[in-house]
Write a protein that binds this ligand. Structure first.
Ligand SMILES: Cc1cc2nc3c(=O)[nH]c(=O)nc-3n(C[C@H](O)[C@H](O)[C@H](O)COP(=O)(O)O)c2cc1C
Ligand code: SF4
Length: 461
């Protein structure tokens, strides 16, 4: 496909050049990537702790915040204490808090989605938490014993739920929304040929697998109008057999054909991106891999103790979850880590080439994600025109004022203060308060605790 993009920004101050996303101006080209955790009420309404968490990054100087995935389905409130946008009653509180987050000049983009069978947890087991594109089994993701194919009626309802969520987000005052078609969430389950084994109008070939997303895009555009920012978080390549240990514990088997083994590759995603652009996508946020966490999405260590904690916390929900927890404890930690970590270089951007390839297929801006931390890497990615923006999660958890304090001076935080990509924070998202859990970054355990509680401060504190 031909290159269709304009010239890259001038190399001199690439990070601090403004960026326009579908008419919305960002003050610079660094976005805070989605960070989800237990910061809300049990009914999915946001709290002052959630607002203060987001505000800390906004005040730290990023161009925009991309939220965690807000639930679009009123029943699937999972993980517990994550925010929901599935009902009108959430809007007034969101409007109040989002305005406070935007006060310092950062834009707020709400990511919306539905985990489908990748529902991580629940108060009690619920049959609808296993819904997906088609029947099957997945040992690693979700808590249900099996995943179940959605009916036509359930598919139609889900399309309407995404559109309603988008409308509410706009009413709540966000600058845009981001639809997640990554992370192994429901739309990804329809797109991925290993998961979607349907042979009706919603599966069977690449275009039919795309139909669920296509109809969501049309319904969302109708709900929010043409002038509103609708971005897409996409997986540039599914890497279905990486890590292999997870692929072998999935049914139907992934080794039957190349298409199923690889999942959607970059060529297919470039084609989908072009179709999405025609349907009104305002930017693409590029990650890779299938499921969360996976080492293509959050490169670094596989956090064995934290994942064991998570498996333990949901083991009561199903037979599979109980066996999974037992297996995770039975296999020695170093072996689990080796089986599940991909051989990635730490502290290197892992999805930049995929972002560059998506960029060469579309006209709207592309934001690259995954492993960015160093000033020079980010500057080079922008200055060479590989992408228009860069999003970060862990490096900003480690240093929330990275931009004004270090990047303005074209430098990085001291080595000891940098994110080690240990992924302990990732492993703890559903069990613990959000924050950095890498003891090596702190002078004492108390310093680490103090910092975690600063991240989870209520207005009254
Ligand atoms: C604590 C934590 C929570 C996260 N929660 C979400 C989430 O709710 N939704 C999502 O799409 N990505 C989530 N991510 C993934 C990040 O948005 C990002 O893609 C990933 O961390 C890789 O970027 P990084 O190398 O800059 O950290 C989370 C990451 C972390 C560290
Ligand atoms: S726990 Fe801290 S050091 Fe480890 S990945 Fe998260 S932010 Fe980085």
């Amino acid at each position: 496909m031909p290159e269709v993009h304009a010239a890259p920004p001038a190399a001199s101050d690439a990070i601090f050049q403004p960026l326009r996303l579908h008419g919305i101006a960002l003050r610079n080209r660094v976005l805070r990537s989605s960070i989800g955790g237990r910061t809300c009420n049990y009914d999915g309404s946001v709290t002052d702790v959630w607002k203060n968490f987001e505000k800390r990054f906004a005040d730290g100087g990023v161009g925009a915040i991309i939220s965690t995935t807000f639930h679009v389905n009123a029943q699937r409130l999972s993980p517990l204490q994550y925010p929901s946008i599935a009902q009108d009653r959430y809007v007034p509180l969101l409007r109040k808090y989002i305005a406070q987050i935007q006060e310092s000049g950062a834009r707020y983009i709400m990511q919306i989605g539905d985990p489908g069978y990748a529902t991580y947890s629940s108060l009690l087991p619920e049959p609808d938490d296993s819904l997906s594109s088609s029947d099957g089994f997945d040992f690693a993701f979700g808590y249900g014993n099996r995943r179940r194919a959605m009916t036509e009626t359930q598919i139609r309802r889900s399309i309407a739920e995404h559109a309603e969520a988008a409308r509410r987000a706009r009413e709540a005052g966000v600058d845009g929304i981001e639809i997640t078609i990554a992370k192994g969430y429901l739309i990804h389950q329809f797109l991925n040929p290993a998961i979607n084994r349907r042979d009706d109008d919603w599966g069977g070939d690449a275009q039919k697998r795309f139909r669920f997303l296509e109809e969501i895009m049309r319904a969302v555009r109708q709900a929010v109008g043409d002038d509103f920012l609708v971005g897409i978080r996409l997986s540039g390549t599914d890497y279905n057999t990486s890590p292999l240990a997870l692929a072998l514990l999935r049914w139907p088997p992934v080794v039957v054909s190349r298409e199923v083994r690889v999942g959607n590759g970059i060529e297919r995603m470039r084609d989908y991106a072009q179709q999405l652009e025609r349907l009104g996508a305002g930017y693409f946020h590029v990650t890779s891999g299938y499921g969360f966490p996976n080492p293509h999405d959050v490169p670094g260590e596989f956090p064995v103790p934290e994942i064991r904690m998570f498996f333990d916390s949901v083991r009561h929900l199903s037979g599979k979850a109980a066996v999974r927890a037992a297996v995770a404890h039975a296999i020695p930690a170093p072996l689990v880590g080796r089986l599940l970590s991909a051989p990635f270089v730490r502290c290197k951007p892992v999805n930049l080439e995929l972002a560059r390839q998506i960029r060469s297929a579309v006209r709207v801006p592309v934001i690259a994600n995954g492993g960015f931390q160093k000033y020079a890497d980010i500057h080079d990615a922008l200055a060479t025109g590989a992408c228009e923006g860069v999003s970060m999660a862990r490096a900003l958890i480690a240093t929330t004022d990275l931009l004004p304090r270090y990047f303005r001076n074209r430098t990085d935080p001291p080595e000891k203060k940098q994110c080690t990509q240990c992924n302990r924070c990732v492993g703890r998202t559903t069990t613990s308060p959000l924050g950095c859990y890498e003891p090596d970054r702190f002078d004492s355990p108390q310093d680490m605790l103090d910092e975690i509680f600063r991240f989870n401060r209520s207005d009254g504190a």
